[in-house]
Ligand binder design. Structure first.
Ligand code: ZN
Length: 113
């Protein structure tokens, strides 16, 4: 399962950081882009599994979903897309392939009591 291996690497990373600082992690904040291929709901359940028997057991995963943002050369502006099927500027309808956001899959913060 794709999400489980991602969850495990997040837990591993957070556990290492917690150990190095000698603290307990209460929550992990993660940015998940709409194009990252990760299903937030599935990742949440995978995270619980991955936390079992680790120093992160009982911690929370907080997911911040990042929408798809493309750069429209015609408008010379960044545009947020509502759908990932249509890579067209929502304002002028020009096809846009220049993705600026939405591929994120990164830990942004660890919450420590
Ligand atoms: Zn445009």
């Amino acid at each position: 399962m794709h999400e489980l291996s991602i969850a495990m690497s997040i837990v591993e990373l957070a556990a290492e950081e917690a150990e190095r600082r000698g603290v307990k992690v209460e929550a992990v904040h993660l940015k998940v882009g709409a194009l990252s291929g990760v299903v937030p709901g599935a990742l949440l359940s995978a995270y619980e599994l991955a936390c079992e028997d680790t120093p992160l057991q009982g911690s929370r995963l907080v997911i911040e979903e990042v929408p798809i943002v493309v750069y429209c050369a015609n408008c010379q502006a960044e545009r947020t897309l509502d759908s990932m099927q249509l890579f067209c500027c929502p304002v002028c309808d020009t096809p846009c392939g220049d993705v600026r956001h939405g591929k994120e899959l990164e830990v942004v913060a660890l919450e420590i009591p």
